[in-house]
Design a protein around this ligand. Structure first.
Ligand code: BTN
Length: 276
């Protein structure tokens, strides 16, 4: 990728262009853009303290305190990647909100396939993977008041045109540009992801589960048919991942042929021979 540094600078993340390209009905009609911010998820929490519109998009070019799952950070350099959060008020009970992370994972995978032209898989529940390495992470956070959702924040970080992956992540993370061998237009990719998400979210709300997108998700599930180690605080075990249920749990068949239903959350899943 000899021309990467020059072409990357030409790829400017531009909220006006995103708004102009978007043909959604209600999603991202309000875009809150800052060139630099601590974390779009934190900004979404601040935004939710005042009056806010369902489907608000919080977008930035660079985060100074990007947050990952399990209290980790999220590498968020400027000028190359996509970092955004959606602020939503889904009319569902709080116990169903975790499925929204899987809905977003599917929407990102479809947007990446369309824009970058690379095959894209999902590592359950919500890592997006290209050529067996992670290109995107999703952090969903929720505020609940006596059994009613106040808001859900879905934060998405996509390694788009990042040329250098931090040394400690190189064996399991990559960027779309590294895998596709060209600069990927960020405005176009973001628009594609948001367009898919509006449709997928509406399909989810119709049934309040993933039944309308089960085939699409399972078809991209990288763990499917592979041996996995389930890191459950109650006890680790190994088995063959078979797919997800309509409510988003992973089905894992043990050597004795019993099938375990694995819930996301405390549990994580690893391939037996590496990240996937
Ligand atoms: C993970 O650990 O896999 C989830 C990473 C989520 C990162 C995104 S970047 C945009 C949003 N703002 C944050 O601070 N985190 C999420």
């Amino acid at each position: 990728m000899k021309t990467e540094k020059r072409t990357d600078r030409a790829d400017v993340l531009n909220p006006e262009e995103v708004a102009g390209r978007l043909h959604t009905k209600w999603l991202a009609k309000h875009i809150q853009y800052s060139a630099t911010i601590d974390s779009t998820n934190l900004e979404a929490v601040r935004c939710a303290q005042g009056a806010w519109e369902n489907g608000t998009l919080i977008l930035t070019d660079m985060q100074t305190a990007g947050r990952g799952r399990r209290g980790r950070g999220w590498d968020s350099p400027g000028g190359v990647n996509i970092f955004f959060s959606l602020l939503l008020k889904p009319p569902i009970s709080p116990d169903k909100a975790s499925m929204l992370t899987l809905v977003m994972a599917l929407s990102v995978a479809k947007g990446v396939e369309e824009t970058a032209g690379t095959a894209c898989a999902v590592k359950w529940p919500n890592d997006i993977v290209v050529n067996d390495k992670k290109v995107c992470g999703i952090l969903t956070e929720m505020s609940v008041k006596p059994n009613e959702i106040q808001h859900v924040i879905i934060g998405v970080g996509i390694n788009v045109n990042m040329a250098d992956i931090p040394e400690e992540l190189k064996n399991r993370a990559t960027s779309l540009a590294i895998e596709a061998g060209r600069t990927i237009p960020r405005n176009m990719l973001l628009t594609a992801v948001l367009s898919h998400f509006e449709k997928d979210y509406e399909a989810f709300l119709q049934t309040e589960d993933l039944s309308g997108m089960l085939e699409q998700y399972n078809g991209r599930l990288i763990n499917r048919g592979r041996m996995v180690r389930v890191l459950d605080p109650q006890g680790e075990f190994e088995g063959m991942a078979e797919g997800i249920t309509p409510t988003g749990e992973l089905l894992v068949r043990r050597a004795d042929h019993t099938v375990e239903t694995v819930y996301a959350g405390e549990v994580s899943v690893r391939g037996l021979y590496g990240y996937v």
